[in-house]
Design a protein around this ligand. Structure first.
Ligand SMILES: [Zn+2]
Length: 367
C-alpha cells in the first residue's frame, strides 16, 4: 500500500479527503473479516506492506496533502499499531521526489536536482529510529540515477510495474515474470549484477482498472513450472479498496482450485523476497555498537559479512534542529569512525546499518 494519507481532488470524488474517511476504509482492511478473505495454506490471513510517504520538499499543496515529516507514518503508528502487529504487517518506505516547480501534485524524473531523499532518511533515523530497507518509487518513477543511489542504500525495491510506460515512467523493458531480479548498472530494467533486488507489483485497481485474471494465472503457472513466484498488487490508502480486495479474493480462490499443486503463502514484501532469494540460509542478527570517545564516534559491527551498505549511514541533528548526513571512515573490517571535528556537544547522532535480508539496526546518541 502506497500510504499517503487523505487527498482532496475535485476531479476524482472517490478519493478519501480526511483522516476520518481514510480510517473508516482502513478499519475494513484491519478487520479479520477482510483479512480472512485470503488465507494461505497454513490458515494465515493476508499481510499488508505499508510504504509510508513524507510529503516534504513541496512548496504548494493543491490537493491538500498532509505535509510534514512523519505525518503519515505517525498517524498509522498512533491509530493502527495494534492491528499492524496483530496481522504481522510490514512497514516500509514510499518516496515522491519533489518537482523543481515545487507543486505538490507534480511528478519529477530528475533524481539529482534535490537531496530530499537523504533529508527524509536523516529524519527517519534520528526521530523514529527507522531505516528504510524496502522501497517503492513515487508514481513507480525510476531511472538509472535513482537505481544507483538505491544500490548503495536500500536492498529491496517493489517498483517494477512492467510493462507500463508513460512520459514519466518506463518499465516496458523490465521482466514481466512474477519474482525478483538484480538490475543492471546501465539499465535498471535489465537483469544485471547489482546487489539490490527489484520485485514486480501491479495496480490492484484504479478508476477504470482491476488486475487482469491473466496476470494472476501467470503467477500460478510460473510457480508450478519454476517452483516459485511472488505475486503483488498495490493501491493507495486514499481509496476504499475493500470491495476490490473481495473481488480479487474470488479470482485467487478460483486460481488456487485450478492449480492445487501450488503452495500458497501470504507474506510481507520483505518475507516474500527473502523466501525467493534465500530460501534456506539464515544469518545472524545485526550486532551494532556505537561509542563516543575523544577521537570521535566509533561504530562497530560484530560481523559485517552480510551487511548491505558499504558503510554505516550516519545522520546528525544539530542543536538548531538542522539535519544532515555525515561521512564515516573505515578503520578495520568491522569498524568505522566519525571524526570528532564533525561533531559538537548537544547534537544528536544516528547510525543505521542494514543487511542483505533487509533487516536494519539503528542507534541514536546525544553527544
Ligand atoms: Zn505515491
Amino acid at each position: 500500500m502506497d500510504t499517503e494519507g487523505p487527498v482532496t481532488d475535485n476531479s476524482d470524488p472517490t478519493l478519501l479527503e480526511s483522516w476520518k474517511k481514510v480510517d473508516v476504509a482502513l478499519g475494513k482492511i484491519f478487520s479479520p473479516g477482510i483479512r480472512n478473505l485470503i488465507r494461505d495454506d497454513s490458515g494465515k490471513s493476508f499481510k499488508m506492506s505499508w510504504f509510508f510517504l513524507d510529503w516534504v520538499g513541496f512548496r504548494t499543496n493543491p490537493v491538500k496533502r498532509k505535509l510534514g515529516y512523519h505525518k503519515i507514518r505517525d498517524h498509522y503508528t498512533k491509530t493502527w499499531s495494534a492491528q499492524i502487529k496483530q496481522f504481522s504487517d510490514g512497514m516500509y518506505w514510499h518516496y515522491h521526489h519533489p518537482p523543481k516547480d515545487g507543486v505538490g501534485n507534480h511528478w519529477e524524473t530528475d533524481w539529482l536536482w534535490s537531496n530530499q531523499h537523504e533529508d527524509i532518511m536523516n529524519h527517519l533515523i534520528i526521530d523514529r529510529k527507522f531505516y528504510p530497507t524496502i522501497f517503492r518509487a513515487g508514481g513507480t518513477i525510476e531511472n538509472n540515477d535513482a537505481s544507483l543511489w538505491l544500490e548503495n542504500h536500500i536492498p529491496f525495491d517493489f517498483s517494477n510495474r512492467a510493462p507500463f510506460k508513460n512520459p514519466f515512467l518506463d518499465w516496458s523493458r523490465a521482466p514481466k515474470k512474477w519474482g525478483v531480479y538484480h538490475p543492471s548498472r546501465t539499465d535498471y530494467q535489465k537483469i544485471g549484477n547489482m546487489k539490490r533486488a527489484i520485485a514486480r507489483s501491479l495496480d490492484l485497481s484504479g478508476r477504470e482498472y482491476t488486475i487482469p485474471e491473466e496476470e494472476v494465472e501467470a503467477a500460478f503457472s510460473q510457480a508450478m513450472q519454476t517452483g516459485n513466484a511472488i505475486f503483488s498488487v498495490f493501491s493507495h490508502d486514499y481509496r476504499d479498496i475493500s470491495s476490490q480486495i473481495e473481488h480479487f479474493s474470488l479470482i485467487l480462490r478460483d486460481m488456487r482450485k485450478k492449480y492445487p499443486q501450488v503452495k500458497f503463502v501470504n507474506a510481507t514484501a520483505q518475507d516474500a523476497i527473502n523466501r525467493n532469494l534465500y530460501p534456506t540460509k539464515n544469518i545472524p542478527k545485526i550486532d551494532l555498537k556505537i561509542q563516543k570517545g575523544t577521537k570521535g564516534l566509533t561504530i562497530r559491527l560484530l560481523s559485517a559479512k552480510h551487511m548491505f551498505l558499504r558503510a554505516p549511514y550516519v545522520a546528525l541533528k544539530s542543536k538548531n534542529k538542522e539535519y544532515s548526513r555525515v561521512k564515516v571512515a573505515r578503520m578495520e573490517d568491522n569498524t568505522w569512525v566519525v571524526d570528532h571535528h564533525a561533531l559538537r556537544n548537544g547534537e544528536k547522532i544516528g547510525v543505521a546499518v542494514c543487511d542483505t535480508r533487509a533487516n536494519f539496526a539503528v542507534r541514536v546518541l546525544t553527544l
